[in-house]
Design a binder for this molecule. Structure first.
Ligand SMILES: NC(=O)C1=CN([C@@H]2O[C@H](COP(=O)(O)OP(=O)(O)OC[C@H]3O[C@@H](n4cnc5c(N)ncnc54)[C@H](OP(=O)(O)O)[C@@H]3O)[C@@H](O)[C@H]2O)C=CC1
Ligand SMILES: CCCCCCCCCCCCCCCC(=O)[C@@H](N)CO
Length: 338
């Protein structure tokens, strides 16, 4: 199954901000026929994301037309209304409304199974079952395990795992030949201090992707393992992130949301299904090949097998010693400060 942006119905969860919104922007801006549905919990955030996406892409198209001296296009775009009321999809949305527009929103708490099932019922009713599903919702609160509240622990499981789990289940039942794209993290290859509320769930997504590849032969299941990128969620993360976490993840320099989205699209178009967004991500994936990965759908996988085998034998043991010294020194400094 080829990945193309055009002529799709793309359902994007976590579409109200960050990477999900960036994907919605890309589909909206770069296609003529694709329909895009963004999903998240907050209706106000979704509505302002829709308005923002329409405004930004019209602005960009104007700039492009002006650059190319395309006067006809400039005049056409000047008349384009950007103040359209954002359109919700629910059981009352008319077929004609859907035919006339390309960008829609659906508020849904994806960690609630019946809400996700209802969403798919509505999509079936209005004839808008997606051809591509991007499960972008997720986020982390980096803290030491003992400092996390019960609510934060629960929200980690809900946001990162249940959202993707329930969505995938509806995909399997309703649209078995769909392209499902799960968003894990580089922490799935190397879970480390500070990410207890998050990394275990991203590891679970990697496992889920492997199993779904076995069980859904008609589907294409991709799994993205991004390194750091700047988003609303990332800014928030930085506030609670322990120093030691920041220093271990140093090699993953945060890229922009736009760069991250463009890279992922490029790899998907190239036909890869295990995707990283920076070199350190590709390298850490190589340390985790074996039976964990089920399929070799990543860039230069054979080189990864060799690099991984050699590094696991020679360099990883040394790194692990250095890493534990770094962590125990940090613990000692912490207890001195207290
Ligand atoms: N930023 C980074 O450095 C990295 C991020 N990732 C992963 O990439 C993905 C995108 O990250 P990023 O753009 O930073 O995310 P953000 O934190 O900026 O946005 C998260 C989105 O998820 C939505 N969301 C959260 N919970 C639910 C829920 N229960 N139901 C429906 N929607 C929900 C939020 O909307 P609302 O509040 O309206 O529900 C919001 O739109 C995430 O899965 C993240 O874990 C992976 C590696 C690095
Ligand atoms: C031989 C061994 C060498 C080991 C080098 C170790 C380098 C670790 C880089 C880890 C990067 C983690 C990015 C997390 C992104 C993320 O998911 C968060 N932003 C949460 O959203």
């Amino acid at each position: 199954m080829q990945y193309i942006l055009e002529d799709q119905i793309a359902l994007i969860t976590g579409g109200s901000q960050g990477l999900g919104k960036q994907f919605a922007q890309k589909y909206y801006q770069e296609t003529i026929n694709s329909k895009i549905i963004i999903v998240s919990r907050s209706e106000p955030k979704l509505r302002s994301a829709v308005a923002d996406i329409i405004m930004t892409s019209t602005q960009r198209k104007k700039e492009e037309a002006a650059l190319q001296n395309d006067e006809q296009e400039v005049a056409l775009l000047a008349e384009t209304r950007t103040d359209i009321d954002p359109i919700i999809i629910d059981e009352h949305t008319l077929h004609s409304t859907i035919a006339d527009h390309r960008l829609f929103y659906m508020p849904c708490d994806l960690s609630d199974y019946s809400a996700v099932a209802n969403m798919f019922q509505t999509l079936t009713m209005v004839n808008m079952l997606p051809t591509q599903v991007l499960s972008c919702a997720g986020g982390s609160t980096p803290k030491l395990f003992k400092d996390l509240s019960g609510a934060e622990l629960e929200s980690g499981v809900r946001m990162n795992y249940l959202t993707a789990l329930y969505l995938s289940h509806q995909v399997a039942r309703n649209i078995p030949s769909c392209h499902l794209i799960l968003f894990s993290s580089v922490t799935a290859f190397f879970p480390f201090i500070g990410y207890s509320q998050y990394a275990p769930l991203k590891v679970s997504l990697k496992a889920l992707a492997g199993i779904l590849r076995h069980e859904l032969p008609q589907a294409r299941v991709s799994c993205v393992f991004p390194g750091n990128f700047q988003s609303e969620g990332f800014e928030l993360e930085e506030v609670s992130k322990p120093d030691i976490t920041r220093s271990i993840e140093g090699p993953s320099y945060p890229i922009s949301c736009e760069e991250c989205c463009d890279k992922i699209v490029w790899w998907l178009e190239m036909g890869y299904d295990d995707i990283t967004t920076d070199f350190i991500g590709w390298f850490l994936m190589s340390l985790d090949m074996g039976l964990n990965k089920h399929n070799n759908n990543s860039f230069l996988w054979f080189l990864q097998v060799i690099v991984g085998a050699l590094t696991n034998v020679i360099i990883v043991p040394i790194y692990m010693v250095i890493c534990s010294i770094q962590i125990s020194m940090w613990h000692r400094r912490q207890s001195h400060e207290e």
